[in-house]
Write a protein that binds this ligand. Structure first.
Ligand SMILES: NC(=O)c1ccc[n+]([C@@H]2O[C@H](COP(=O)([O-])OP(=O)(O)OC[C@H]3O[C@@H](n4cnc5c(N)ncnc54)[C@H](OP(=O)(O)O)[C@@H]3O)[C@@H](O)[C@H]2O)c1
Length: 383
């Protein structure tokens, strides 16, 4: 039995007609390409009381999911007691974010019905499975009728939220202002470009040098990027003059860092007076160092940003307001889906085949996704 938000009680009726649940699991943390496997568990029971049954429509693979499986992220998925082939095992199901479709509701559920779409209000919800039972209070309804796509809804809460808040919380940016960022082809970077464009801001974007550089530049410009360059361009000392020409000498006051390492130190040369430098990722897995001059002469302020902490500190109304705004942009085509690839784990294949698919997919992400967000689509297991 796949036990979810709380241990099941004897009042839960078993649905005999539903298909078995498939989940991606791990027992001990480590390299995801070795520790993850797919398992089949009995069908979900009928939800009772205030619980709901969900089918997971799409579940993203985020770098933080990988860090959680490696055991190097502050939050790990919780251990659950799962019935795998009749044997009870203690396993963790990764997956912090995703889109769920309500398939059934308990008699006390007030705000949701079959067919509704929801996203997850709790961290580490275990979305890398075909479905689960959760409490109504642990999900947030997304207006399916708005026309938002499944991909946008499945990736709404982590990356666009992070981009939205980083553009709002540190500097009072006005239309015509400039923002600099690295990791610009990441899902967060794409959301920063889109939201900046919607606010009339200009962006200078840095990415790694690559074979398909001009394709990525064209793509990011189609989202609204003003300039797209590589970290190698930062080695050229004339870059500061070039940027001054673009900005007309206007100070750059917000710089966003997803990467770290030497290229980020060089990017800091672009900081204007009273700039704010916000670190939200460490993709290069290298330390950050700062030229002292940016603090002394430019009065730089350096911050860290973590969306999880933001959710802890802000009210549900504030989250709902931002979700509403993002859904409106997405539903009206102003906010494109992140560049993505869907990995289907179909219900007819064996757990062993599903394990190979997930391990291959995770290795791809770990070695650089090429700016493509991987989304798992896990079907229930067919008899
Ligand atoms: N603090 C927060 O609240 C928060 C919220 C959301 C995300 N994040 C963090 O933001 C970062 C991006 O997340 P995402 O979901 O947008 O990721 P994503 O779409 O999977 O993109 C990953 C990005 O990292 C780049 N990258 C990978 N390895 C790299 C390396 N060794 N050196 C330089 N760049 C490298 C990739 O560039 P290539 O295309 O060149 O491989 C790509 O731009 C992650 O660190 C994630 O944990 C933080």
């Amino acid at each position: 039995m796949l036990r979810l938000s709380k241990p099941q009680t004897s009042t839960w009726k078993r649905t005999l007609t539903t298909m078995a649940t498939r989940a991606i699991v791990y027992e001990s943390d480590g390299n995801p390409a070795s520790v993850l496997s797919a398992v089949t568990c009995p069908p979900l029971p009928n939800p009772t009381g205030s619980s709901i049954a969900l089918k997971h429509v799409l579940s993203p693979v985020h770098p933080s999911d990988i860090n959680a499986i490696e055991g190097v992220y502050p939050y790990q998925p919780r251990p659950r007691q799962l019935d795998v082939g009749g044997r009870e095992r203690t396993l963790r199901i990764p997956g912090n974010e995703g889109l769920g479709e309500v398939t059934d509701v308990g008699e006390a559920v007030k705000g949701l019905k079959k067919g509704d779409w929801v996203v997850f209000g709790k961290k580490q919800s275990g979305t890398w499975s075909s479905g689960q039972i959760l409490e109504e209070k642990d999900v947030i309804k997304v207006d399916r009728e708005s026309g938002i796509s499944a991909v946008n809804a499945a990736t709404l809460v982590v990356n666009p939220f992070t981009a939205y808040n980083m553009l709002s919380d540190f500097v009072d940016l006005q239309p015509g202002d400039w923002v600099v960022q690295n990791g610009a082809n990441s899902a967060v970077g794409q959301a920063v470009i889109t939201l900046a464009r919607l606010r009339g801001l200009h962006t200078i974007n840095f990415i790694r040098k690559r074979e398909d550089l001009s394709d990525v530049q064209t793509y990011l410009k189609s989202l609204g990027a003003t300039h797209v360059m590589t970290y190698d361009d930062l080695e050229d000392k004339t870059i500061t003059e070039q940027v001054k020409e673009w900005t007309g000498g206007k100070d750059i006051r917000l710089l966003l860092n997803c990467v770290g390492g030497k290229a980020t130190t060089r990017m800091l040369r672009l900081a204007g007076k009273n700039a704010h430098f916000v670190t939200y990722g460490a993709m290069a897995k290298e330390a950050l160092s700062f030229p002292p001059s940016v603090f002394i002469f430019n009065n730089l302020t350096a911050h860290g940003f973590w969306q999880t902490e933001w959710f802890k500190q802000k009210s549900q109304q504030e989250s709902a307001r931002i979700i509403g705004e993002l859904v409106k942009y997405m539903a009206t085509g102003k906010f494109k889906e992140p560049n993505h690839e869907i990995v289907n784990i179909n219900g007819k294949i064996s757990d062993q085949e599903a394990t190979t698919i997930i391990r291959d997919a995770i290795s791809k992400v770990a070695h650089g996704s090429g700016g493509k967000k991987l989304l798992l689509q896990m079907d229930p297991v067919q008899p």
